[in-house]
Design a protein around this ligand. Sequence first.
Ligand code: DQA
Length: 139
Amino acid sequence: MKILVINGPNLNMLGIREPDIYGKQDFKTLEASIRKWASELGHDVTLFQSNHEGEIVDVIQAAYGVYDGIVINPAAYTHTSVAILDALKAVGIPTVEVHLSDINNRDEFRKFSYVSMVAKKTICGLGFDGYRKALEWFE
Ligand code: DQA
């Protein structure tokens, strides 16, 4: 399947950013792992990371008619972005939401996710492995 993997703001800082929460492995390692898992599962994967909400909306819109599935870690936009929720609703592409950390057991404000309102599945608290599980969902 053709899968678009979207990573939101500050995930490019993995390895440096709060390693106690997000781990010591860097973003390049995450991307390499995603590419490896996708190829093992026979998926054709495209990776996109942005720190900008509008760019994420643009990439979701451009996915219409092109991708069979979206894996998204919207990062902080999870908890704030009606625009990303609306873009996902607009394109109607099956979406799996991933979070490295367990957003249900951290700050109160992280418990609410706009993207969960449209996601077929939400995977959180499994670190990098969550992306593998998300790719497996599309088998
Ligand atoms: C995150 C959780 C969010 O609350 C946070 O803002 C992130 C990363 C995660 O992967 O655990 O940036 O999406």
